[in-house]
Design a protein around this ligand. Structure first.
Ligand SMILES: Cc1cc2nc3c(=O)[nH]c(=O)nc-3n(C[C@H](O)[C@H](O)[C@H](O)COP(=O)(O)O)c2cc1C
Length: 181
């Protein structure tokens, strides 16, 4: 299959996730194009692809605006083919019921606001990327880590993404849609 992967990222973890998914899919024999929308893709032809994966990370309760804009612009084409949405966050790491409910609300709002209804949604654990934060963000994220009781090194990145599970998820998705399931 020819698969489109489009994503939004703020500190780069979702890009790593999408590149990893692309490698896994290419390894399974698919052809993959990865792109990061920048807000001006109205001419982009989603119909060239058999299926698509969209991915974005949660920041202050919302995904990247350029990702949402791309989803709004191409909602019809996306809704006409198999799609998977990868929602990247830290809330999914803690398994706190309130935070998980918030996460579901954030994803539901994105789906409602964009008009793109992914065939499958997966919540994926992201990372603390202290190497990318400015001073204020660094202190805010230290405070969040402390509050969650997460053991982090504030001078380096701490990754929670389960790469083995992600590989399984994306290959399972591609396998199912390839069989028309
Ligand atoms: C300023 C800031 C705000 C964030 N807000 C949230 C949030 O509201 N909920 C959440 O679960 N994670 C939040 N995160 C964690 C990010 O979703 C997580 O670090 C993710 O891996 C970022 O992916 P990216 O590098 O692709 O942007 C926040 C991170 C930062 C730096």
């Amino acid at each position: 299959m020819k698969i489109l992967i489009f994503y939004g990222t703020s500190e780069g973890q979702t890009r790593r996730i999408c590149q990893f998914c692309a490698d896994a899919l290419i390894g399974a024999g698919h052809s993959v194009e990865v792109m990061q929308p920048a807000g001006d893709e109205s001419d982009f032809d989603v119909a060239r692809f058999d299926a698509a994966i969209g991915a974005g990370s949660v920041h202050m309760g919302a995904y990247q605006a350029d990702l949402a804009h791309f989803a709004v612009t191409h909602a019809d084409a996306l809704n006409a083919r198999p799609t998977l949405f990868l929602s990247v966050s830290l809330a999914i790491v803690g398994q706190d019921p309130e935070e998980l409910a918030d996460l579901d609300d954030i994803t539901a709002r994105f789906i409602e606001d964009t008009g793109w209804t992914p065939g499958q949604v997966a919540q994926v654990a992201g990372a603390f990327r202290f190497t990318q934060y400015d001073f204020l963000k660094s202190w805010a994220m230290r405070w969040i880590a402390l509050r969650k009781g997460q053991d982090i090194d504030p001078h380096s990145d701490t990754e929670f993404t389960d790469w083995t599970a992600l590989r399984g998820l994306v290959l399972d998705w591609a396998g199912r849609i390839g069989r028309g399931a």
